[in-house]
Structures are given as C-alpha cells and as structure tokens.
Design a protein around this ligand. Sequence first.
Ligand SMILES: [Zn+2]
Ligand SMILES: [Zn+2]
Length: 276
Amino acid sequence: MPLSPWSCTNCGHWQRWFAVPPQCPVCVDVRNALPEDGWEIRSFDDLAAGREARWAEVTPGVTGFWCEPQVGLGTCGWVIETERGLVGWEAAGLYPPAAIEELRRRGGLAALASSHVHGYGALFQLQDELDPPVLAIGVRDLEWTKAFRVTWPLDDRHEFAPGLVAHRTGGHFDGHMVLHDEHRGVLFCGDMLKASFDADGRPVGLSAHKAFHAQIPLSHQEIRDAYAVIERLDFDAVATPFEYAAGISTKQVLALYDRLLSAQPLAGPIPLEELS
Ligand SMILES: [Zn+2]
Ligand SMILES: [Zn+2]
C-alpha cells in the first residue's frame, strides 16, 4: 500500500503511513486520553465523504475555517489578512474542496504555522494543495510534524508580517507558540489558555493546563515562563484552536497566572469574574 494520510478518529491527528497505522502518537502521549475501545484510524477518502466546509469572519480580517461534521476534536483553521498576504494559523481537521477553492480564490497562503500538534489538523493538506512558501513550527516540537514538511523551524520569536508576531511560550508543549496580532489586539493562544462558555456562548471561565483531558496543571516555572511572554502582549480577544473569545484580555490572563502561582496549581477553570 502506498504512503497516504490517515486520521485517528479519537483525536484527529493525521499521519502518513503505508498501511493502517498501528497507533496514534498523540493519543499515546500523557496529555491525551486513549480511545476506550481501541483504535479507529481512517483513510483520507473514507473520512472526507459527506463532509462540508464552513467558514466565517470572526473579526475584520480574520476568518475561521471548520469542517462539518467535525473531524477529531473539531479544530479551526484561522486565516489572517496581513500586508504580506494571508497567514494560516492552526488548521481545520479536514478541508473539503470548497474550502481549498475559497483559499485559492483569496490568493493562497503566504505562510502557514501552528501553535503545537493539537492545532495541526489537516495542515498537511494545506501544504499539499496550496504549497505556501513558509511552513513554520517551533523547532522544539519538530518530532510531531512528520505528516508535513517544516520549511522554517522557529526559535523564540518570529515576525510573519508587521504586527503579526509568534512567541514561544513553552509549557503545554516545549515548542508551543502563540501568535499575537498587535493591530487587532488578538492573541492566537493555542492551548496555553482554554476558555469555558455559558449556554449563550459567552466566555465565563479561563484555565491553563499541561493536559486538558488528563487535567494536569502547568508547573509554577512553566507559568512564570508564560507570564514573562504574555505580560508584553496587549490583547482583548483570544482565538484558541477551536473558537474565538472576545473580551478576554492580557489583564485577565495575568490574573489567572497570579492565581495559579499563589498556591498548588489547578487545571480547571477559574470564573472570569474573579479575574477582572
Ligand atoms: Zn489520536
Ligand atoms: Zn494541546
């Protein structure tokens, strides 16, 4: 069987393999849960059947792309307009043809990047279809990138365009990066933050964690390292690998970190009203 892409239905991670892959490295990692009833790993064509693209502008110049029904955990691919062209950050679990056509219509991607492996989604597909000149990932996370080819391994800081800068936070993963849109005041925060929402979709809580599924907190030193990065970034909205949350600001994130540093660290959400 030729080398082809396969996705773990438990988490959505894509691998290229020459048969059904024996396991999923992301599910095997301590941060994630193993599937209860064994592996279900499906080929691209099998998974793509019957799925549709959805995209929406969440704030002027920032569009999220999703796949429905969702693949894996349902990640979102952000596309950010800059004076150097479109920058893709994270990726949807899969891109149906209409999404690829839409990205081509917009002129393709000048660069593509992601915070860490849980945000990669079908990044490999965007590289195969659109071939952006830059595919950038934190160099310390290179071991997770085998489904695609990193053309620009990142150190601690990288400017994709004026006002659009990636910073390494470490923590959740050693090479974890966040992307700061200085002009729009948005932090593409990867999994360094998680917002919880009420029934009407309003953000009501905020958490930081080493492992969300396993509920392992960040260590105090990891929080101090992230603090030193975040305190220099001005934002009033965050975009996780899943959703856009307006109204979450630098001040609230630093208040969360202060809270986690004050005692035994927690992985669960702290109510936003306690962080204002
Ligand atoms: Zn998996
Ligand atoms: Zn993650």
